[in-house]
Design a protein around this ligand. Structure first.
Ligand SMILES: Cc1cc2nc3c(=O)[nH]c(=O)nc-3n(C[C@H](O)[C@H](O)[C@H](O)COP(=O)(O)OP(=O)(O)OC[C@H]3O[C@@H](n4cnc5c(N)ncnc54)[C@H](O)[C@@H]3O)c2cc1C
Length: 391
């Protein structure tokens, strides 16, 4: 491909030689082990995650910031950012999302609040790439309103018995375990929920359906059933009744993960679009000769730079040990509408070709739609910010 437009020299302010080594190694992996297979995986409706994650685990890519005691690299948030940015170069958000579930959505609570037993039994194999993880929060009747969930875990001696279902679960059809948010009490409020690790080979657990989707077609999304699923009480993460709080903290990792792939993939899409409109002749001259289009492109690049700088600010805050809830929420709220606008605008510049499945912008357009829905919709981000600002 063409030069990557919009690569700022300012990057040197944040990243040194070691970061660039990691960047190259992730980029090489994406170029060799992921992008050549994307079309096939999109068509098949899933990727061979056990195979893919094993390769990533062997390279140490699944535990960048996790404790070396459990096989992680123990690196800081800047390295984590480099890793996530490079995943944005995957030519389809289905696979970056599948990887993000493994590294930033289904395992942070295990690492932060899990017992030694849970870390050895589930976190360590997830970091090695020997187990595929999924996170089960959403239900048919409870998405934005997480506290409305009804899947119930009843304590019976030294086991929990789980009944209910989970909807839209990424990696759900291939996962070896699902970190599942369950109700363990009927009391109103946020202390009636628990996060429990459910191995998917437990009797009573089943994948009801692999769901057919608009985008992220290379990622499998499952409807999961729990029918008297008995798991040992030691599979409880942290304290009973605190699962909602743990999940809200875990969402911060998930929402942070959404931001760098948004600005990187949008930047890549702009580069590809510029290549196209430079050579596409309309009314006897290249499309890019139209000032209105060139201006639109640089306006998007300006907004992407703002999003990137907010992200770098978040990383600096993380490294200083500060709470990033406000800034991560703002970043996700800004990223969703921005990537959707750019996806729509780039597709428009391709005209009819943009509407064809074979053109990359068509996949980008379909995938981009999820940013404003998954991991908490834009309106949910706004509600969180209103609460934080006291409005
Ligand atoms: C491809 C895909 C993968 C997913 N992967 C996972 C996963 O791995 N694990 C998991 O647990 N979940 C997953 N989800 C679920 C996702 O997090 C939810 O879809 C999301 O939180 C929205 O919930 P909902 O779909 O139930 O929408 P609803 O809660 O029914 O909301 C519908 C719409 O209402 C609007 N809305 C919500 N609240 C307000 C408000 N206060 N004011 C105004 N408008 C509002 C929003 O625009 C929202 O989109 C996935 C979803 C998709 C589509």
């Amino acid at each position: 491909m063409s030069p990557r437009y919009g690569t700022s020299q300012g990057a040197r302010l944040y990243f040194g030689e070691e970061h660039e080594m990691l960047r190259k190694s992730v980029a090489r992996f994406v170029d060799r082990e992921i992008n050549p297979y994307m079309d096939q995986w999109e068509q098949e409706g899933q990727a061979p995650l056990h195979e893919l994650f094993k390769k990533m685990g062997d390279l140490g890519l699944l535990g960048i910031r996790y404790d070396p005691k459990y096989g992680g690299q123990g690196l800081d948030s800047w390295f984590d950012l480099v890793f996530v940015e490079e995943l944005g170069r995957i030519s389809g958000a289905g696979i970056s999302t599948a990887i993000g579930v493994q590294t930033h959505m289904a395992t942070p609570a295990l690492a932060d609040f899990g017992s030694e037993y849970l870390k050895e039994t589930y976190l360590q194999p997830a970091i090695r790439g020997d187990m595929v993880a999924a996170i089960g929060v959403t239900e048919a009747g409870a998405g934005s309103d997480v506290a409305g969930l009804r899947t119930r875990a009843r304590r019976e001696g030294d086991h929990y018995v789980i009944n209910g279902s989970k909807m839209f679960i990424t990696n759900g059809c291939q996962a070896d375990f699902v970190t599942t948010l369950c109700r363990t009490d009927d009391k109103p409020g946020y202390h009636s929920f628990s996060l429990i690790v459910v191995p998917t080979n437990t009797p009573g657990f089943s994948v009801g359906q692999k769901l057919d989707k608009l985008g992220l077609r290379s990622s499998d999304t499952g409807l999961l059933y729990y029918d008297d699923v008995r798991v040992p009480a030691e599979n409880l993460i942290g304290e009973e009744g605190e699962g909602f709080i743990y999940q809200m903290k875990q969402f911060q990792h998930e929402r942070f993960f959404a931001i760098p792939p948004a600005y990187v993939s949008a930047q890549e899409m702009i580069s590809t679009t510029v290549d196209y409109i430079k050579q596409r002749q309309v009314f006897g001259r290249p499309l890019i000769a139209n000032q209105v289009l060139r201006h639109r492109l640089v306006e998007w690049m300006t907004e992407l730079e703002c999003l990137k700088q907010l992200t770098y600010h978040i990383v600096r805050m993380k490294e200083a040990g500060l709470d990033v809830t406000r800034e991560v929420t703002m970043g996700k709220l800004y990223a969703g509408p921005l990537i959707r606008k750019i996806a729509d605008g780039c597709l428009q510049m391709y005209g009819g070709m943009g509407y064809m499945s074979e053109t990359p912008v068509s996949r980008f357009f379909r995938d981009a739609r999820l940013y404003s829905i998954g991991g908490g919709a834009d309106e949910v981000m706004s509600e969180i910010l209103c609460k934080l600002e006291g409005f």
